[in-house]
Ligand binder design. Structure first.
Ligand code: TRP
Length: 350
């Protein structure tokens, strides 16, 4: 059918905005890779989608940690998200454990997921191997099912996730499809939202530019934390590994294979300032100015976030109030989905 509008006809009702859901763990210090690869997009998505964002404290329980630290870091992460530009008037921001349906739906989904499919999750295999298979927590094994519950509770259309979470999103889709065909249509089957090319999804470690910037790096020297002092940031960027060929004309070029260090700095500049790394390269004939410009760009990006964070952290009660209101909004949606799910599965209504 041709749905073209004819002059004089009233505009068709606006389509409801598609729903986005994403989560971030409160553990570990957030770094530039998290910001450029994810958080920046969360901020952007607020105006394009009906966005739900969650600090996933239950996921943090899957590995050993200090209870006092957990509640502190949950509040810190929420404060940081607000400092980055999440706006409670334009998105729903909440803490996972404040909405009990996440744990409730996890159980129902666990009773549809198989040991085999969870055993194939590479993140579980990696993490369990590191800490010893025998002592790996059952929660670590079930981690992706909790993540599926997070997503499915909100009738999510799109999930912004990095490469490392792709497999978990695939599992979520499998679980939703299996459920819908076994128990009748209950869940929206979500898709990955992929930031556009050059979207800063791959910020590399400044010391090991062939690996992604990550909090699990052996050393902090190549990782710029959002809470690093500007002086520390400057030092880290200026000490970034460049490449072995001598500096000089032509040494600054966009070539991630041959020149990963230089290319990473160009990519950083391009992501922060806009533009293409290839074009930015042309303005440089040596490494020193490239590094100092990249350092300036990172500092000018991070400084306002830090200032805003300092302001917001003066009033933790206000942040808690944002989270409480977010949880109430989230709970309304989650309750309806959970109810559909429990009924579909045959659980008796109380
Ligand atoms: N597992 C994700 C990570 O470590 C965090 C997460 C939990 C998540 N639940 C989610 C991400 C739901 C997207 C959607 O990065």
């Amino acid at each position: 059918m041709d749905e073209q509008q004819k002059p004089g006809q009233p505009a068709p009702p606006a389509k409801p905005a598609r729903r986005v859901f994403s989560g971030i763990q409160p553990t570990g210090a957030p770094h530039l890779g998290n910001y450029l690869g994810a958080l920046r997009w969360w901020v952007d998505f607020q105006d394009r989608y009906d966005a739900f964002y969650c600090v996933v404290d239950l996921h943090a329980l899957t590995v050993p940690g200090d209870p006092e630290e957990l509640s502190k870091s949950t509040l810190t992460m929420a404060t940081l998200l607000l400092a980055c530009g999440l706006d409670p008037a334009r998105c729903t921001l909440f803490v996972q454990s404040h909405v009990h349906y996440h744990a409730d739906l996890t159980w129902l989904l666990e009773c549809t997921a198989s040991m085999g499919e969870l055993s194939r999750m590479t993140q579980f295999k990696d993490k369990a191997q590191k800490g010893g298979e025998e002592s790996a927590r059952v929660g670590l094994f079930a981690y992706p099912v909790l993540m599926a519950a997070d997503i499915l509770l909100y009738d999510t259309d799109l999930v912004p996730v990095g490469d490392d979470q792709r497999q978990h999103l695939e599992l979520t889709r499998d679980l939703a499809q299996r459920w819908n065909s076994r128990y009748g249509p209950t869940f929206v089957v979500p898709e990955a939202a992929i930031p556009p090319v050059g979207g800063g999804a791959r910020v590399m470690d400044l010391q090991e530019p062939r690996r992604k910037m990550s909090k699990s790096a052996d050393s902090d020297a190549g990782v710029v934390y959002l809470f690093d002092d500007p002086k520390v940031i400057e030092r880290k960027v200026k000490r970034a590994v460049t490449d072995l060929d001598p500096p000089g004309p032509g040494s600054v070029r966009w070539d991630p294979e041959e020149k990963p260090g230089v290319s990473n700095l160009l990519e950083l500049l391009a992501t922060i300032r806009g533009g293409k790394p290839e074009d930015i390269a042309r303005a440089y004939d040596g490494y020193a100015r490239l590094k100092s410009d990249a350092a300036d760009a990172v500092v000018s990006l991070v400084r306002p976030l830090q200032e805003r964070y300092r302001e917001l952290s003066q009033d933790p009660g206000a942040v808690q109030a944002v989270l409480a209101a977010g949880a109430r909004k989230a709970e309304e949606v989650a309750a309806a989905t959970y109810d559909r799910a429990r009924t579909a599965m045959g659980l008796l209504t109380a």
